[in-house]
Design a protein around this ligand. Sequence first.
Ligand code: PRP
Ligand code: ZN
Length: 287
Amino acid sequence: MPSRLKIALQKKGRLAEYSFELLRKIGLRFVANGQYLLLKCPDFPADIILLRDDDIPAFVARGSADIGIVGQNVVWESGKKVREICSLGFGACRLALAVPRKSKYKTLRSLKNTTIATEYPTSVKKFFRKLGVSVKIAELSGSVEIAPEMGIADAIADIVESGTTLEAHNLIPLDPPIFKSEAVLVASPKISAVKRKLLDDLMARIEAVQAAGDKKYVILNCRAKDLKQIEKIMPSLEAPTVLPLAKQGEFALQSVATEKEFWVALPKLKAAGAKDILLLNVEKIVS
Ligand code: PRP
Ligand code: ZN
């Protein structure tokens, strides 16, 4: 039976939707309806395994999954040996200490001898050991943000992305954070040569998606007399493509630019005589 790459993803949580979206963008098809934990991809020899994010590093380290998408925070906390292949450009967050708005604790050092509730005991202990401040840890596996209200802890150390969770529980973060983290693609040190080739194929696709980034395809028309000026103004990767229209004396220009470059150039393009301007999405760029 041909090898199938086993990809571990977070079942639900901050990274789940982005991870599914990335795999779809690189051409993997699968049905994630919440019913199954193993999703087979019909168009590529890969199976997706849906796990709690905390279990992903262990699965990948022992080769039960060949690759995984997970936050660096989860990898660091686990201490498992996995190979970090690349950052994926989403899931940026920080592990931060936070206290109730009315708390008497206002700085990291003032937390001496307090109890801190967290899903990240190893990272928190390491941080306070380095700071030379002793704290007690109340280890929880979820719902950390209600610990101070419940009288279980004085402060929490939890992942903050948008800040919505802290805000909703009247908690304020203390600076600096323990660390900053983002979503990464990790691979097993035990991955076979055959599966390594499959991973390389997926990597090339991810690079093409990342290269496209926020780039757009710009198309516009203009009169022959305005062509030279518009060519100069139009943002592009190398130089715009110029094509004659079927209508005598008119041209189409096409180029790739970031959305920001496009909006900056737009008033100048219009003033120089550009018309029928289209902005299209660019899915992938392969160089
Ligand atoms: C983290 C954290 C909060 C949330 C914070 O959970 O525990 O619940 O994200 O995000 P916010 O600042 O945007 O509100 P995560 O999905 O990382 O994983 P978990 O459910 O496994 O703890
Ligand atoms: Zn988790």
